[in-house]
Ligand binder design. Sequence first.
Ligand SMILES: [Zn+2]
Length: 122
Amino acid sequence: MSSKKPTQRYYRKRVELFRLIDKIKLWPSRKGTLHGIKTIEKAGDVGWVTTHCGKNFRVSNSCNSRASRWLRNKWFKDVCGACRVPDWKLKKYSSTHFRRHYGSDLLQQDAQVRPSQAAGRP
Ligand SMILES: [Zn+2]
């Protein structure tokens, strides 16, 4: 067991949905259940998401969609049992913050900005 606190991550609020779900691999359904994403197939601004419990649906790459909002606000009632989302993934998600003027826009791989690095920059 480790008592290490999870790394706090900061992302911009206006990141594209695809970049966001590529990173966190979680999907909030309309019923408020958080699913684990198995694959995302992208074709331009639409994509097909397959969850670990076998759901398959079309999503559009918008930062203002319901899913984007719910992900940012962490609105979900429960976690899908069939998806078996691991604890570490949920912890990682809960230590992810969304800020308007601060954080990674996820345009580059591993471009996560940490508070210590960002402090003091112009
Ligand atoms: Zn599921």
